[in-house]
Each structure stands twice: as C-alpha cells, then as structure tokens.
Design a protein around this ligand. Structure first.
Ligand code: SAH
Length: 253
C-alpha cells in the first residue's frame, strides 16, 4: 500500500513543519492509527506531492515534517462539469466520480426540472478532498455556487465548447422525442475538435425541458451529443460522458 496522501493548502517546502487539517488529523488518529515517525504523502496543486513524516500528535492534531519532493504538480485538464443536482446519494456519486475522472470545476446548475435545489457545499467539498487524495491528483476540483441554467449560459466563454448531453429527439408526441432530431454521438462530435477548455452539461432525473433544449441547441458554442440509444440515469450519464471526453480530448490519450 502506498503511503496515505493528504491535501494541504499551506506552501509545502523541504524541511517545513506543517499541520494536517482537522478532518485528516482525525482520520490519521482513529482510522489509520499512524504514530510518530510514520511516513505519509502531502500534496497541493502548486507544490506537487511530497514525502513527510509524522512528528507531532497532540490535541491540536497531526504535525508533519516535510522530507523530499516525490512528484511535481500536473494540472487537470481544463474541464468543467455542469450538472443538475439530483437526489443526495446520486449527487455525491457524481461529485466523487467526476473528481476521479479529472474534472477541474464542478458547477451545480438549476434547470426547470431540477427537484433538489439545495447543494451542501461543505459536504461536496469533503467528497472532492477525499476523492482527490485517493485518486493521486494534485488539485481539488473547485465547486462553484449553484446557478440557474440561463445565468450560466449568459456570457459563456465561447472558447470553452459546452458538450450538452441531450437524450431526446424533437417529436413532441413520442417517448423521448422519437428518433427525429437526436443528437450525434459524442465521439463523432469531438473528433475534430481540439479546444483548450471544455465543459460537459448533464440534466436532472427528469431531463431538460423542450425550451431548454431549444435554447441550448441554438447557441453556437453548444455541442449537443448523444450517449447512445439507452436513457441513462443522470449519474451514469455524467460518468459515461466524462470518460468519453477524457479519452477523446483530455489526458487519457
Ligand atoms: N428525459 C428523461 C431522463 C433524463 S436522464 C426523463 O424524463 O426521465 C438525465 C440526463 O442524463 C439527461 O438530461 C441527459 O443530460 C443525460 N442523458 C441520459 N441518457 C442520455 C443519452 N442516451 N444521451 C445523452 N444524454 C443522456
């Protein structure tokens, strides 16, 4: 097992004496049960990943002494996930998996059919911290405040194409809008595209309203895509879309 890994906001330099955060300190004491002298890894997006030894364990938490640099930091792809908050467990899953899959920014988006409008930022932040530490990345995804869809689209940076996961067709009288007007597959749409930055948009349990789909499809920087002939749950759609985007455009290639 590699040494456990903890994120530290403080600058990390050789020989520095630093303190783990409160949650991490508790984890070291009660779950990992590490004592003085145990070797750990600490990291952040600026200074990279360092070896450190536990050199203090007291009421104020865990102190570490920084030894040497293990890996310089590498940035995550400039990839945003815009997602409609869904039920609590599913939202937690989206946030954890998006962190593992390398998303740089998480943007909760309130759409017409979004049923869960409250986003527990502290809870989601704890999930991203844990997943980032576990998944060996250097940065922790930023979580932006929840925003209505129209607001997010207002003043959108045209240099960041928005990959819109659109499951429906255009026929108002058929289930899922029928076959007519279905978006092309994601991989085909990304094949010739090499932007510096990208965003993915996933809808809520109930999907997007027709007016939202019309609005999105009319925008020049929006790329409507299909994730295949099955209707996926929002959390599955997020994971599938991010995997495809990472393989076609991001740092999996
Ligand atoms: N419209 C459905 C299901 C929505 S699925 C309903 O009314 O219940 C939730 C979200 O996942 C969708 O808004 C879409 O962004 C994404 N999604 C699911 N399956 C998809 C597919 N086959 N292609 C593209 N996006 C999909």
């Amino acid at each position: 097992m590699p040494d456990p890994r903890f994120h530290l906001d403080d600058p990390i330099t050789e020989g520095a004496q630093l303190r783990l955060g409160a949650l991490d300190s508790r984890h070291v004491g009660t779950v990992l049960r590490l004592g003085i002298g145990a070797s750990v890894r600490i990291f952040n997006a600026r200074d990279g990943e360092w070896r450190a030894d536990i050199d203090a364990k007291d009421r104020n938490g865990i102190g570490v002494r920084v030894r040497g640099l293990l890996r310089p930091a590498r940035p995550s792809p400039d990839l945003d996930l815009l997602f409609a908050p869904v039920k609590r467990d599913a939202t937690d899953l989206i946030v954890e998996k998006a962190t593992e899959l390398g998303v740089r920014r998480l943007r909760p988006i309130i759409t017409m059919r979004t049923i869960t409008e409250t986003v527990r930022a502290d809870r989601l932040a704890a999930i991203t911290r844990g997943a980032a530490a576990q998944t060996e990345r250097f940065d922790i995804p930023e979580i932006l405040p929840a925003q209505p869809l129209a607001k997010a689209l207002d003043g959108w940076d045209a240099k960041r194409p928005l990959v819109f996961a659109d499951e429906a067709g255009d026929d108002a009288n058929s289930a899922w809008g029928g076959e007519h007007g279905r978006a092309p597959p994601l991989l085909a749409s990304l094949r010739d595209l090499r932007p510096q930055a990208l965003a993915v948009l996933i809808g809520p349990e109930g999907g997007f309203d027709t007016s939202e789909r019309r609005l999105l499809r009319a925008l020049p920087h929006v790329i409507a895509v299909s994730l295949g002939p099955r209707i996926l749950r929002a959390e599955t759609a997020a994971i599938a879309a991010l995997a495809l985007v990472q393989a076609a455009w991001g740092d999996w290639s």
